[in-house]
Write a protein that binds this ligand. Sequence first.
Ligand code: AHG
Ligand code: MN
Ligand code: MN
Length: 340
Amino acid sequence: MEDYNLQTLGEFTIEKQNDFKYTSGELSRLLSAIKLASKMVNREVNKAGIANITGHAGKTNIQGEDQQKLDILAHNIFIEALSQREVVCGIASEESDDFIEIQPSKNGHLSKYIVLIDPLDGSSNIDVNVSVGTIFSIYRRISPPGSPVKIQDFLQKGICQVAAGYVVYGSSTMLVYTTGHGVNGFTLDPSLGTYYLSHPNITFPKTGKIYSINEGNYIKFPQGVKDYIKHCQKEEEDRPYTSRYIGSLVSDFHRNMIKGGIYIYPSTSQSPNGKLRLLYECNPMAFLAEQAGGKCSDGEKRIMEITPSALHQRVPFFCGSYSMVKKAEQFIREAQRQIL
Ligand code: AHG
Ligand code: MN
Ligand code: MN
């Protein structure tokens, strides 16, 4: 029998419950439902190639993007796991036009939490066996308990998040999350189906040597972003940096947080708000990044202070090692100053 001598995710969340005053254990139960759903998605992702669940589902989501079979499967798994356990009163998902209201249980109990989720991030990588992920963000509802959830419950600023995290279905499967007391990473032992605390207290290196951006869009980028890319490529001091872009935000973020780096999905001439969604991609990543000592902005202002106006709202995204994001912002400001 192998002896990891490591704490399990279940043990960890219960221990950390005491960080919160007046805790009812509801958040631990919610995290436990996410943990279970992630193992089910992991199972599906692992057998994707042999189970005829790769490829397009033949539908598009509200954002006009092709839905993959696994997008829908992962969405259904998370919705089921969360709605059957009295752990949330509402869920918003990338794969659902509107938010989903959860009915009170038979004993009338209704949780105070809402979840926003990207059930499967990096869908375009599914068919080619490249890492994909899940991103989640948790808030306390602001409407009165017991009443139906409202859109305002979902349109809260990122700074109001209670917890956020992601699962990366990679060469190993990891769940990384924060409740506002640092960031911790757990690796799944697939033979036991148990997550173990493998990466306690993850911190973003203050600087790094990796920049991640889809350079195929270069000519459509704002001048400040073009200038920053040239800065990354310049032979000077610790540069040129290395370019690494997987095309799964979760995986690109995870690598950068471990090694040090910056991820950018900027506005383009065709998409002035970029591509990534504020509520279930950028805010949870921003919470994690800041908790790990990194930085996250839309190029000008802090992501978590943006007031959301729509569920599927997009936002330009600059995220990573503190000094790298700060530098990128400087280039943006400088380019704007030149225009004025
Ligand atoms: P999703 O699969 O949930 O729609 O997200 C895809 C996102 C993100 O994971 C990734 O970083 C980005 O799209 C890649 O976009 P490009 O292919 O435009 O670079
Ligand atoms: Mn995504
Ligand atoms: Mn997705």
